[in-house]
Design a protein around this ligand. Structure first.
Ligand code: CAA
Length: 261
């Protein structure tokens, strides 16, 4: 893995931890940072030793305070569209990454930061986290998936309120409306994310991967197509050693040891 200018990356016990690290700009996403995230996820897709990924923000204050406003100020319409398409492709890659991705939200998750968190599978928030889509205050709508993922997570009405007002909400409110899965004390945040990652890693890896694929696929199609896809992945699992092991372990009253095969 190469050194990145705007990211830190470490692996501990099968969990890859990505820290978006531009604390002077509250980890705002510029082109280079997005490009680095894109490259890192391409590499992780090939690296089977990393079983889950956590994304967090460097410094005390911020997860990611949005797309880099200084970089966007002079953009033309054509450049703005290209910028949104590029970031959307990176976030789609994260959303469809075959293993779980957990956002550990340590502070501001605004604009592109909230959108990055929503592209992750699970969001764990520090009590200090603040969420919002403040783009309308800048004269733009969200461009990195916010108008699509926010209503899917919290419902149309709440999403529209957040999108139209640009208001920030705290971690407790994010939890209440289903934007955050869990809220922790700031000092416990990374451990809570690691604990969640480790728990998931004791389950059947192929089953987890296919759960992710079925949820992602199913939310984009009608219910009948979604459950049809579920039947296919359900059947597929009966061709895995993990299914035999998981069920044998239950019958033999012991803990399953999965191999991901
Ligand atoms: N882009 C570029 N720089 C940013 C930034 C951003 N999104 N957010 C913060 N910064 C920079 C500030 O300019 C400041 O830099 P200087 O020290 O060089 O002046 C530094 O980070 C610290 O920020 P503040 O002094 O503003 O810190 P604060 O504690 O007073 O306020 C804040 C924190 C409320 C998060 C405030 O920084 C803020 O409102 N930031 C912008 C949030 C925002 O509007 N995000 C959405 C961006 S648009 C977007 O993301 C579009 C999309 O859908 C993709």
């Amino acid at each position: 893995m190469r050194d990145y200018a705007n990211l830190l990356f470490e692996v501990a016990s099968g969990v890859g931890i990505i820290t978006i690290n531009r604390p002077k700009a509250l980890n705002a996403l510029n082109y280079d940072t997005l490009q680095e995230l894109n490259e890192l996820f391409d590499q992780l897709a090939e690296d089977q030793t990393v079983k889950t990924v956590i994304i967090t923000g460097g410094g005390e204050k911020s997860f990611v305070a949005g797309a880099d406003i200084t970089a966007m100020l002079p953009m033309s319409a054509v450049e703005g569209r290209k910028w949104a398409k590029f970031a959307q492709a990176v976030f789609n890659k994260i959303e469809n990454f075959p293993r779980p991705v957990i956002a550990a939200i340590n502070g501001f998750a605004l604009g592109g930061g909230c959108e990055l968190a929503m592209a992750c599978d699970i969001r764990i928030a520090s009590e200090k986290a603040k969420f919002g889509q403040p783009e309308v205050s800048l004269g733009i709508p969200p461009g990195f998936g916010g108008t699509q993922r926010l209503p899917r997570l919290v419902g149309k009405g709440r999403a529209k309120e957040l999108l139209f007002t640009g208001d920030m909400i705290d971690a407790a409110e994010a939890y209440r409306i289903g934007l955050a899965n869990q809220v922790t004390a700031p000092e416990d945040l990374l451990n809570a994310a690691k604990t969640m990652a480790q728990k998931i890693m004791t389950r059947g890896p192929v089953a987890v991967e296919l759960c992710k694929a079925a949820v992602n696929e199913g939310l984009d199609v009608d219910l009948e197509s979604g459950v049809a896809f579920e039947a296919e992945v359900f059947g597929l699992c009966f061709a895995t050693a993990d299914q035999k092991e998981g069920m044998a372990a239950f019958v033999e009253k012991r803990k399953a040891v999965f191999t991901g095969k």
